[in-house]
Design a protein around this ligand. Sequence first.
Ligand SMILES: [Zn+2]
Length: 450
Amino acid sequence: MKYPGTIIKRGSRNVDAVKFVQNVVGVSVDGFFGAGTEAYVKSWQKANGLSADGMVGPASWAVMLDSQAQKPEEVAGPKVNLASGSVVVTGDKGADIMNMVTVDRTEWDMTEPERAAKRSWSQVTGIEIHYTGSPEPKSLTFSDKRQWLLNIERYHEKTKGWSDIFYNMFVFADGEVWLGRNPLVQSQASLFNWLTVHVPGTVGMELTEIQKSKIAAMADIVGGSLRGHQERSATGCPGESAMRFIKSYRAGSYEPVAPIDWEAIALWVEAVKSAHPDWIQSDEGRWYGWDGEAVVEIPTEQVAERLAAKAAKEAAAKAAAKEAARIAAEEAARLEAERAAAEEKAQKAAEEAARLEAERLAEEAAAEVAAEVARLEAERVAAEAAAVAAAEQEAFIRANRVAAEANEMKDERSVETDETEGSCCKRDQETEISGLLRQLINWLISIFKK
Ligand SMILES: [Zn+2]
């Protein structure tokens, strides 16, 4: 893995880099760089001749890469009990057991001198399980685990007067394996072929799956023998839970649980980060948040405070949303009123246009009527004129007739008197004049008729 470019230290959020470091320094690999990992890094740095500041910079990283390249894990081998982290079996019993160790004796007990081996790994053929019968250590932090082991050591060495802490190894509830008495020094004479393994904190609760898988791996490695202290002497040790597990292992019915799902953990961490600052609750009911660099557990009283603040914030947001909705409704009503007014205006304009059109049509009709009236009047005038002309013609005719009658009467009189004084000429003249007059009247009549 390439150096990530920034120093990996306590609180570091680069989960992959932290896991790499944890794998190298031998702490349980959980991707969270806390106090425990820091302590392991320091002791690893010290062991590798580096400045023990607990921070992994380029120098420490380079040595870590080298050490990984040389690790026997790189050699393919059969794997057993993969419940947490891989336990690699190379066939070298001692190397395989010691590869499972997370914390060496000197890391938690600086003053204890290394005791010389009294047996070889080939002579170790079984695992004997013990417990203390108390729910300890207080927590799974490095310092609580260390303090608890120091208490046991003091009890064994000072109170009991034994040469050393009794147990060869400890498997904690988180799967960490801590070294006690040199594994090549038996706990007592009768345990020459047995590795004594203590499972802390099991009173009133089940062994954790990871504890079971680590113990099963140890038993596999040493040859398959696994027993509880109570199977050797009269004691309740190592408790019911451990005994149930031991019997299922021997019956071949023990199945390690699925490996830890680191992807799920990474997703959970991302969820915590994205949920910040509202925090999220784990399955166990504890609260976690992202402090900008790492996932941190939130104290209960802070959670209550924060939840109250969150509720208040949500209430305020709800009120603001309500107010916004009210304003929007008002605006909608205003727009609707505007629309209605515009519609009414358009309606009126349409009505006015219709009215004007009707007026225009009426005017047109009136004009047509007027034209008809004028035409009829003209006809009437023409008819009148014709009537007048007819009357005048009648009058002429009558006048003509009257004139003709008058002439006839005159003729008759002249016939009586014509014999004298050559009045014939005068009569002829008169006759000629009345003929001309008749002609004139006829001409006028023809003109009128036209
Ligand atoms: Zn015991």
